[in-house]
Design a protein around this ligand. Structure first.
Ligand SMILES: C[S@@+](CC[C@H](N)C(=O)[O-])C[C@H]1O[C@@H](n2cnc3c(N)ncnc32)[C@H](O)[C@@H]1O
Length: 561
């Protein structure tokens, strides 16, 4: 075996990586929505982006790298139904490539204290785990929660599936446990604490006094019960406290021996002294977080008149995740938004949110759903549990078209769809500057900044030597300016405080241009080798071939989550 061999998952096309263009986002104010008045703590800068999530995630990178506290994604589960005509290996490979590309940008967006949560089932779940190990590091795998999404029984199945997985990763690895939140103690857990002896310290329950393994550092002593019986730690165990502490706790009434004083001792654990909440477990029964039918009912109740959405998640599931992963005001991202459950729940819980959705349901479902949440008209889901009454808002965005388009000679030129402001904003993004055009007309050359003293000026003009000299004098010796223009008449060393570059030449090689669809239509895939033909039957309809698949859904259109 070569020493270079490493443990990894391989698939067809793993080496092919998109060179993504960082697009700007164009707001469509007609589709955003805001509450009429502003209440304390209301959040208005939430974002809904309509478009492919790979480009959208890339578009977010400049402003949101390291800032997202919780990413929840519920990608299409790749149940295979989109791929009748294609080779299995290609199908799984494509899905893995699509997920890998998105996960790599998500990794950059995640805050160092953040976490990623992915719902998935058996179709791809185990491959996805290995893929995530590769992208996030195996040491950053936290756990797989098992969500009981279906409590019925399917007689058609060999073994009736009743769960989905929730894969959880965090850049902090196991240290994340010091950052995550506990779950509120539910009534059932709290009801285990009682106060039959009116203990002034409040309700209590009995806890164990021995711990596993023998330890001889003062933890193997013998005591006498009030009835006079000697008690030692059972074989293979030790006392949880040293002897002086044991007797102090007896004096304080924190250790009991039963009504006859003859039982093995037990410790009283007081409700007000145990952790403020419960450590989350990996088993998430439907009674706690809802099931798929509950999710469908929630969405149907919101849109009685319109087409149901097939694969929503229940609000209680998102509430659990957001509760564990975030605090009020933190940012939650969902780049496979579907009907908008994540944003709806994040909003009700006072978190900021960004959602991305490719399908038209961004407009037909998510916009009206969030409007209802904001207007306090959504009474379902977790509204009551969160005490939500309405408020806040969101902005709606589309992805800008590619900055460059090919002219009739096949040369890349600035797209006609771009006006001056869009061009300046896009160039800022490409060159690593923050877009912040100065409102002062005398500072027309300040379109953005990378530091307090370094600025960028974007123009489609050809700049003469005199114009450049005037700008250089304005900028002065204390500041520097990057000029991106159509052409210029100067040598690079002429002006010490200016760096001058031509558009589009300066950015041409940075990424791929004019590519809008990263969800890969399956029509463009290699087709499965046809099986040997059986005796031909002239009456049978022609076998569907490559053309027949042209209208088939894209891999990520086939929502099954
Ligand atoms: C399983 S659904 C998510 C359901 C969602 N969790 C909910 O509660 O409604 C997956 C969603 O991902 C969307 N999607 C698939 N490919 C996408 C892409 N490339 N960019 C953005 N969204 C995509 C689908 O349109 C679908 O709405």
């Amino acid at each position: 075996m070569s020493s270079k061999t490493r443990l990894e998952l391989t698939w067809i096309g793993k080496e092919d990586r998109p060179r993504l263009e960082p697009r700007i986002l164009i707001e469509d104010p007609s589709k955003g929505h805001h509450a009429a008045s502003r209440g304390e703590g209301d959040i208005f800068d939430n974002m809904l982006i309509h478009g492919d999530n790979l480009l959208a995630l890339k578009a977010l990178e400049a402003d949101y790298a390291g800032k997202v506290k919780c990413v929840f994604i519920d990608p299409p589960y790749n149940t295979g139904s989109a791929f009748e005509h294609y080779d299995d290996g290609v199908e799984h490979s494509l899905w893995l490539s699509l997920m890998r590309d998105r996960l790599e940008v998500i990794r950059k967006l995640l805050s160092p204290e953040g976490s990623l949560w992915i719902t998935i089932d058996d179709n791809e779940g185990h491959y996805l785990k290995v893929l995530c190990d590769e992208v996030f590091g195996r040491q950053n795998f936290i756990s797989t929660a098992v969500w009981e999404n279906f409590y019925g029984r399917s007689n058609a199945a060999a073994i009736s599936p009743s769960h989905n997985y929730v894969l959880i990763y965090a850049p902090l690895g196991q240290q994340w446990k010091y950052k995550r939140n506990l779950l509120p103690r539910d009534e059932e857990a709290a009801s285990k604490y009682k106060n039959p002896d009116n203990d002034p310290r409040g309700p209590w329950r009995l806890g164990p006094i021995f711990a596993a393994e023998e330890r001889h550092d003062g933890l193997m002593y013998a005591i006498c019960t009030p009835s006079g019986r000697e008690v030692r730690p059972p074989k293979g165990s030790h006392w949880r406290m040293v002897e002086p502490d044991f007797w102090r706790m007896v004096d304080e009434g924190r250790i009991v021996f039963g009504s006859k004083g003859d039982n093995n001792p037990a410790v009283k654990l007081y409700l007000n002294e145990v952790q403020a909440g419960m450590v989350p477990r990996t088993w998430w029964p439907h009674g706690e977080v809802g099931h798929s039918q509950e999710a469908k009912r929630e969405v149907q109740a919101l849109f009685p008149g319109i087409l149901p959405f097939d694969t929503p998640k229940p609000e209680r599931l998102l509430q659990r995740i957001i509760q564990i992963a975030t605090d009020r005001g933190d940012l939650v991202l969902d780049s496979f938004a579907g009907s908008g459950t994540t944003g709806a729940v994040a909003h009700k819980m006072g978190r900021r949110w960004v959602m991305v959705e490719l399908g038209d349901h961004a407009v037909t479902h998510i916009v009206p759903r969030l409007k209802k949440v904001i207007d306090g008209e959504d009474k379902g889901g977790v509204t009551e549990a969160t005490g939500w009454q309405g408020g806040g808002g969101f902005r709606f965005y589309n992805l800008a078209p590619s900055l460059l388009e090919a002219d009739k000679w096949g040369r890349w030129v600035i797209s006609k769809d771009y006006n001056a402001a869009m061009l300046a904003e896009a160039m800022c993004k490409h060159m690593g500057f923050t877009y912040a055009p100065s409102q002062d007309v005398s500072e027309y050359w300040k379109h953005g900044f990378s530091s307090e003293r370094d600025f960028i000026y974007v123009t489609t003009l050809s700049l003469t030597h005199d114009q450049l000299r005037a700008i250089s004098e304005d900028v002065g010796p204390e500041r520097t300016l990057l000029i991106c223009c159509k052409a210029f008449n100067a040598r690079s060393e002429d002006f010490e405080n200016l760096t001058i570059k031509k558009i589009p030449h300066a950015i041409l090689a940075r990424c791929e241009w004019g590519k809008d669809d990263y969800s890969l239509k399956i029509a463009s895939l290699p087709e499965r080798e046809p099986a040997p033909k059986p005796e031909s039957n002239p009456a049978a309809p022609a076998k569907k071939g490559r053309r027949a698949a042209v209208d088939a859904p894209s891999l990520f259109d086939e929502a099954e989550g």
